[in-house]
Design a protein around this ligand. Sequence first.
Ligand code: AMP
Length: 220
Amino acid sequence: MAVFLILIGPPGAGKGTQAERLEISLGVPHISSGNIFREHLTNKTELGQAAEMHIAKGELVPDRITIGMIEERLSQPDVSEGAILDGFPRTIAQADALDRFLEARGENVDPVIYLNTSDEEVLRRLTGRRVCRAEGHIYHAESKPPQRAGICDEDGSDLYQRDDDREETVKERLRVYRVQTAPLIDHYQERGVLLEIVGEQSMDSVTDRLKSVTSVRASG
Ligand code: AMP
């Protein structure tokens, strides 16, 4: 049985970092809707152009575009054993589309991990975040600096600050999260698939907790 694990939480809760770590331990691909959008922006595709203004303003990209993009990614052969979804779904309409897509394959979403993190912590993390241009590896100016300033330890590419990690845009992303994404917490809680983890512990503590939760699920 495949595992479709979803990570939900405000921007900056640590979803990307945890998904990278879980990808190794679970052996299924990490699919980040934000990373796919950023690839489209870099490659200046039609989809990238359609998404660009929304991303720059900290708004969500319209559901129709986002759902089509994720369904295409989920149809690729490396997803046959499941995936770790980071940043998708972000609206109830996206969650419903994902259910329909997985149901048609005899699969379902489980577990959904909610990384609960305060606005203050999100602001601190995101305004200090630096991302590697080649593969999206994540650093923090204070809490996880690279060995050489501005250079990714893993692949040597340069590190940059995302435009949408500027303070004003982060505040808008938090507002959008509360209105459009937070309702997913109750939605999945009612289905009995939600597990909450305090996102404000160290990244390693969150990883340990996630690994114990997912190994229990995998064996049970
Ligand atoms: P992220 O890297 O997950 O913070 O995503 C960066 C930006 O991409 C978001 O602020 C949105 O503008 C857009 N985005 C990513 N995932 C989604 C989604 N599931 N639905 C709509 N927009 C998204």
